[in-house]
Design a protein around this ligand. Structure first.
Ligand SMILES: NC(=O)c1ccc[n+]([C@@H]2O[C@H](COP(=O)([O-])OP(=O)(O)OC[C@H]3O[C@@H](n4cnc5c(N)ncnc54)[C@H](OP(=O)(O)O)[C@@H]3O)[C@@H](O)[C@H]2O)c1
Length: 498
């Protein structure tokens, strides 16, 4: 089997808080299993699963086996499974119960267990503070630079507005140094997202045209076809598309696509540039013809339920399942270049892509070519478009105009493609594999720093204020959101609905 070309030497004890939950079963355990099977983990790693339900003894291994059979991208064989299970133990207890931490401390004191500790908080946000308090009281957190390390991985959401994000940061920073905190935005673990920086800064030909002189607009779409199938209706009804997707994933994509070149590849340099970009990101002013915010909520049809009829969703919910924004970046490079963002559930296609739409050539030489029939449609030169396809069909596509073979001078838009599957046979690593590995080896480049999180919520607060009286517009399942989202676009721009 192909390896991940990496091996962690340092032994780690990995404690998963919320070990019986959906995220652990669907993402964390399969990622850890792949890392284990590919030889990326130190030989004496340990995983302790912490939750309330009774999975003690062999039951925990059975739960893990079930999760792996359902979700692992790496084939599961009995020998590897048993070997993997020999590294697992279950710790049954309530997260608010001090006695459970005293017991955990006893387990962790076992000299056979690696002294480096990675606490993975796969739990609801309201439990983070009590867990941190308990870990501190039980003296399970070692300060940085004093022998074996303690790191804490935190799952999104990192708040639901600026105030709560600041409160969460305060909670974490009360007992931890920023260097010990790993806030996961799993989009950053995707290969194609990391490639944005390589593409921009390992080549010379694109960077000179990444600016207001050449770029007409940027648009980022993260559309999903699913609704609330994953049983996350209650969570989603509380957070909605803006907080769930825009506040983190989409803003991170804007930051990577538009930030200045970092001085180096250290976590600090890259995050410094991202935060500068996020601080310059603003909601564009709204006009009656061109609003800058559009919210939608999917209705139902014969095949699918309306959002309001989904399990654990308020039947009179006004939560948006679609959000589109027109943003701007107030810096020298990007002034006056609209940045369009949209995301939603139950849309036409599952796709995440960043589109850099360049301006049309200054002279339209090809508009008056004699032609017949539908060939005429091809004579207008289309602007160049650079597309970073994050998922599916990961790759980078550049649309250019080329002469179509014919006796006439007819120009057609063609693609220059780079696709991962066409270039490399190896399956792309899952985002969680990369991120777990990075947290274990202490590389925080692909995690979000507290000032980035606050810069993101600062923008979201202005969107929430601007949209305070906005009710989401209905859209039919399988559409690209409400038609009203088209009004956000300026100067004849169109959403790329492909
Ligand atoms: N699921 C996803 O796809 C996803 C994606 C992105 C982010 N996240 C984030 O990841 C976190 C976990 O999400 P999830 O979907 O896995 O949630 P979940 O399925 O509800 O799991 C929650 C876990 O917490 C445990 N738990 C809850 N209260 C506890 C208590 N008082 N004491 C001990 N254990 C307790 C539960 O175990 P017991 O019931 O056995 O105690 C369960 O293992 C959340 O912050 C979520 O926002 C999830």
């Amino acid at each position: 089997m192909a390896t991940l070309e990496v091996h962690i030497e340092e032994p780690v004890t990995f404690v998963i808080f919320g070990a019986t939950g959906d995220l652990t079963r669907r993402k964390l355990v399969p990622a850890l299993y792949t890392l284990f099977k590919e030889g990326a983990l130190a030989s004496d790693f340990t995983i302790i699963g912490f939750a309330r339900r009774d999975y003690e003894g062999t039951k925990f291994c059975n739960l893990i086996a079930e999760s792996l059979h359902e979700h692992s991208r790496t084939p599961v064989d009995e020998d590897s499974l048993q070997a993997f299970c020999s590294h697992l133990t279950y710790h049954r207890g309530d997260l608010s119960d001090a006695a459970a931490y005293a017991e955990l401390k006893k387990k962790l004191a076992d000299s056979a267990l690696p002294a480096n500790r990675l606490f993975y908080l796969s739990i609801m946000p309201h439990l983070i503070e009590p867990v941190m308090d308990q870990l501190k009281t039980a003296e399970l957190i070692t300060p940085p630079g004093t022998g074996p390390w303690t790191r804490v991985v935190v799952e999104k959401p990192f708040g639901r507005d600026m105030k709560s994000a600041q409160a969460l940061n305060e909670t974490l920073l009360k007992y931890l140094d920023e260097t010990q905190i790993y806030r996961i935005d799993h989009y950053l673990g995707k290969e194609t997202v990391q490639n944005i920086l390589s593409f921009r800064f390992a080549n010379t030909i694109f960077e000179p045209v990444f600016n207001r002189t050449y770029v007409d607009h940027i648009q980022i779409t993260a559309s999903e076809t699913v609704g609330m199938e994953s049983g996350r209706g209650a969570y989603y009804d509380e957070y909605g598309a803006l907080r769930d997707m825009v506040a983190n994933h989409l803003f991170q994509l804007v930051a990577l696509a538009a930030m200045e070149a970092p001085e180096g590849l250290s976590a600090r340099s890259i995050r410094n540039e991202k935060v500068k970009l996020l601080q310059a990101l603003k909601l564009a002013p709204s006009t009656p013809e061109h609003p800058s915010v559009c919210f939608g909520q999917y209705s139902g049809n014969t095949d699918t339920k309306a959002f309001r009829d989904e399990d654990r969703v308020d039947p009179s919910s006004t939560t948006e399942t679609f959000a589109a924004l027109r943003m701007e970046i107030s810096n020298w490079r990007w002034a006056d270049v609209p940045v369009y963002l949209r995301t939603g559930k139950r849309m036409a296609k599952k796709s995440t892509e960043i589109v850099i739409q360049f301006k049309t050539p200054p002279l339209s030489l090809f508009q008056h070519v004699a032609c017949k029939g539908d060939v005429c449609d091809l004579t207008g030169v289309k602007p160049n478009t650079l597309i970073f396809r994050i998922q599916p069909d990961e790759g980078i596509f550049l649309q250019v105009s080329a002469k179509r073979p014919s006796m006439q001078l007819v120009v057609e838009s063609v693609n220059m493609d780079f696709s991962y599957s066409g270039r490399w046979e190896k399956a792309l690593p899952e985002a969680y594999e990369r991120l777990l590995l990075d947290a274990m080896r202490g590389d925080s480049t692909l995690f979000t720093r507290s000032d980035e999180v606050e810069a993101e919520w600062n923008v979201i607060d202005t969107v929430l204020a601007a949209a305070a009286d906005t009710k989401p517009l209905p859209y039919t399942p399988g559409a690209w959101g409400p038609a009203e989202a088209n009004a956000l676009l300026l100067n004849g721009a169109q959403w790329r609905n492909e």
